[in-house]
Design a protein around this ligand. Structure first.
Ligand SMILES: Cc1cc2nc3c(=O)[nH]c(=O)nc-3n(C[C@H](O)[C@H](O)[C@H](O)COP(=O)(O)OP(=O)(O)OC[C@H]3O[C@@H](n4cnc5c(N)ncnc54)[C@H](O)[C@@H]3O)c2cc1C
Length: 256
């Protein structure tokens, strides 16, 4: 059995937009998207139950290798980074095209994603990748079981759970409630350096450079602006009279 886990290297701290490129400023420190740590953990749990290889896959700049190394330190077996200057500026459509090509090359039985990326928060890439791979997809998996050549997922919804069964190969986006990701041990961190880490170009995947990056994207950021001001908003600072001031404010507007 082979499980591929898609992981994203995301900027740490407050997000900033670069006014020139109109893209997220990714020049500072980055880290493994914390939602993807749940997907890595789930793959490692399944690996513990059967003879399974866990491959972590990412598209991003060269320093995205740091996040892949963290996943290797947690216990993944191998890492694949698609890093190519022509892929910079890829939107959802272009990102899904490149990742699907990388996943096709791996031919995994199960592809796991986190529920969303903490920088762009689209929570939709897994659906686009599954559509390209022509595989069933289940999102918000709060419990995942492999059985009889297929999978069974307890899917978290607003009102409770759906129980969904699907055949393999399949794509699953796990919820952050599915598990508690482990911290890499010192032995894991040291061992990660020796594990196979491949860096691929678009050419290696047979993806034309015009099909990725801005050239392969269907969306363009036209302009950037601050959110409109909130009109007559009033900021009440913490202090002894705070509660009184809030009651006065609400009473004046007949809200209480
Ligand atoms: C005009 C435009 C330009 C953009 N330029 C860039 C850019 O240069 N760089 C950039 O990173 N984003 C860029 N984006 C954002 C890009 O569209 C999203 O990062 C991408 O579509 C994934 O969506 P998301 O991050 O919201 O992921 P979500 O849909 O929230 O992610 C779901 C899951 O997908 C996986 N995932 C997401 N991204 C990756 C990845 N790259 N590799 C592996 N797994 C992944 C993770 O498991 C994640 O938990 C751009 C968007 C636009 C509109």
């Amino acid at each position: 059995m082979k499980i591929a886990v898609c992981v994203k290297h995301v900027p740490e701290g407050q997000s900033k937009i670069d006014a020139g490129s109109k893209r997220l400023d990714r020049s500072g420190e980055g880290a493994l998207n914390h939602f993807d740590a749940n997907a890595v953990e789930e793959a490692l749990r399944l690996k513990g139950e059967s003879d399974t290889e866990v491959v972590v896959v990412s598209m991003g700049p060269e320093r995205a290798a740091d996040s892949l190394r963290k996943a290797l330190a947690m216990g993944a077996d191998r890492a694949v980074l698609v890093s190519d200057a022509a892929a910079a500026g890829s939107d959802l459509v272009a990102t899904s095209r490149v990742l699907a090509a990388a996943l096709e090359r791996e031919g995994a039985d199960l592809v796991l994603f986190g529920q969303q990326a903490s920088d762009a928060d689209g929570a939709v890439l897994w659906a686009a990748v599954a559509e390209r791979l022509k595989r069933p997809v289940v999102s918000q998996a709060a419990e995942l079981t492999l059985q009889d050549g297929g999978l069974r997922v307890k899917r978290q919804t607003e009102f409770g759970y759906d129980v969904i069964e699907a055949p393999l190969p399949a794509v699953v986006a796990v919820s952050d409630a599915i598990n508690e990701p482990r911290y890499p041990s010192l032995k894991g961190i040291m061992g990660a350096k020796k594990k196979q880490q491949d860096v691929l170009s678009l050419g290696d995947l047979g993806v034309d450079s015009g099909a990725a990056g801005e050239a392969g994207s269907r969306t363009t950021v036209l302009s950037l602006g601050s959110p409109p001001s909130r009109g007559d908003a009033k900021k009440i600072e913490g202090g002894a009279e705070t509660a009184e001031q809030i009651v006065e404010f609400l009473t004046e507007r007949r809200l209480v």
